[in-house]
Write a protein that binds this ligand. Structure first.
Ligand SMILES: NC(=O)c1ccc[n+]([C@@H]2O[C@H](COP(=O)([O-])OP(=O)(O)OC[C@H]3O[C@@H](n4cnc5c(N)ncnc54)[C@H](O)[C@@H]3O)[C@@H](O)[C@H]2O)c1
Length: 453
């Protein structure tokens, strides 16, 4: 955050100016978040293309590929996956974009053969992130690694240390950190102080009943290959999220994105956590061990005072979907990666701002709320400022693309990463230690040093 953002007094303005001030506030943020905010006016020529590899082009890996392909100057040259089926699909997909890749089963062979790689995207299951990321960093590549950094704190710490030792960049896939909606919300809370003193936060990720992930008939990975890579069978290989060996469970899988937002917006790491969770619904799949529903309470000591944050994941109902809510004595703000969810309630006794009468209202949860609009473009004179226009353009891009742009911009221009490994390490500790609290039925008190790698 820099000082170019608006101060609370600036909010004494009409709706158009309010929107403008919010957009300008966002524009101020661009100076400190250059990864997603800097305009790329020139398409890099072929000689300046970045040669990129991917390890684990499964569901998320392929999604990242499609977003990275929209970024000028990115050329995929290698793809590694233990599953021949995914190697085949990836090569076909990239061929459509005129990008011919060499494919590998083993990342070591890829790194050995593809010395010219500038960067690698790691989108394998969490338990091999540290192995894959550390090997790539040591081979001199910059790495974009998906969250959760690792399913062990030691694994995550080793990644921070290797990035530091090698001097290579390591961006972790908490893409909310590159999302203009979140920067906009943070500006309203932190600079414009629309919530007054923040005392509580709430977050949830509820999704409907889950089905097991399958695989096309006849395209199984052969048992020998599975075994070589640490999986006993296809169920473990496909539904790795449900096994402790491979995953940090729902809190790491989904919660880490949102608990990262708690840490980020509250400007600190938690002081303590308690929780409860159980494998209560999906009891028929033998051998699976992660809980299917979980509720946690994190306690924070912020500069303004104590804040309690409730966070839950339910895998049996989509009620409410996913979002984060910050509550203060003057108002409440709801923000989500789902761009349909974003609004602000003012408490009745809080000072009414002039722009509220003119602001568009939506009725939600029995209240009139002001819609959280990102990057509206009008100046008080009714013109579009370049900064507001830029915000609007950014908000139109998918957050994953912005997050990848942050990574590639950092490689090209030395701009700061929006989610360096040190920040991701803090959330990794926050969620993996919460698992310990749940397992022990106990309260975990964090020591500030735990969050430093
Ligand atoms: N940022 C986000 O919004 C987001 C969303 C979904 C998933 N993710 C993360 O992305 C990662 C992948 O998740 P997914 O849903 O795509 O899983 P997936 O199982 O669909 O994909 C994993 C891929 O890795 C391959 N693989 C497994 N072990 C390997 C090994 N040792 N070497 C090489 N390849 C290997 C698999 O064959 C598969 O293609 C996870 O870390 C997950 O947490 C992030």
């Amino acid at each position: 955050m820099d000082d170019n953002t608006t101060e609370p007094g600036d909010l004494q303005c009409n709706r158009r100016e309010f929107i403008c001030s919010a957009a300008v506030a966002g524009a101020g943020l661009m100076i400190t978040v250059p990864g997603w905010a800097q305009e790329q006016t020139e398409v890099p020529d072929k000689a300046e293309e970045l040669a990129v590899g991917i390890i684990g082009p499964g569901s998320q890996g392929k999604f990242l590929l499609t977003k990275a392909l929209k970024i000028p100057g990115i050329r995929f040259v290698a793809a590694c996956d233990v599953w021949p089926y995914h190697r085949e699909i990836t090569a076909k997909l990239l061929k459509k974009y005129d990008q011919l890749v060499n494919t590998y089963e083993d990342y070591r062979e890829m790194l050995d053969q593809e010395k010219h790689l500038d960067a690698v995207i790691v989108a394998t299951p969490d338990w091999v992130h540290a192995e894959h990321t550390n090997a790539c960093l040591r081979a001199g590549k910059h790495v974009y690694c998906e969250k959760e950094m690792s399913n062990t704190i030691a694994g995550a710490r080793s990644m921070v240390e290797t990035a530091r030792e090698t001097g290579k960049l390591l961006q972790i896939g908490h893409q909310r950190r590159s999302n203009p909606r979140y920067w906009h919300a943070l500006t309203l809370i932190e600079k414009d102080k629309i919530l007054g003193r923040v005392t509580h936060a709430f977050g949830q990720w509820n999704r409907p009943q889950l089905y097991e992930l399958g695989w096309p008939q006849g395209r199984e990975v052969d048992p020998e290959t599975l075994k070589r890579h640490g999986y006993e069978n296809m169920d473990q290989f496909r539904n790795w999220r449900w096994y402790r060996k491979y995953s940090g469970g729902p809190l790491a899988d989904l919660g880490s994105h949102q608990i990262d937002v708690f840490n980020w917006f509250l400007k600190t790491t938690p002081k303590a956590v308690i929780g409860s969770g159980g494998l209560d619904y999906y009891t028929e799949q033998e051998g699976r061990d992660w809980y299917d529903n979980v509720m946690t309470i994190y306690e924070y000591d912020t500069k303004a005072g104590p804040v309690r944050c409730f966070y839950q994941i339910l895998n049996t109902t989509s009620n409410g979907g996913f979002f984060e809510t910050f509550m203060g004595d003057e108002g409440t703000l709801v923000v989500s990666e789902d761009s349909r969810k974003g609004y602000f309630f003012r408490e009745q006794q809080a000072k009414k701002r002039e722009w509220e009468d003119e602001a568009e209202k939506i009725e939600t949860m029995d209240r009139d709320a002001i819609e959280l609009k990102i990057g509206e473009t009008l100046t008080p004179e009714g013109q579009k400022t370049p900064e507001a226009q830029r915000m609007l353009e950014l908000a139109a891009k998918p957050p994953h693309q912005l997050h990848l742009e942050s990574f590639f911009d950092a490689i090209r221009n030395g701009t700061p990463l929006s989610c360096p490994s040190e920040l991701a390490f803090e959330v990794c500790v926050s969620v993996l230690r919460a698992n310990e609290a749940i397992d022990a039925g106990d309260r975990v008190e964090f020591q500030p040093d735990e969050f430093k790698a």
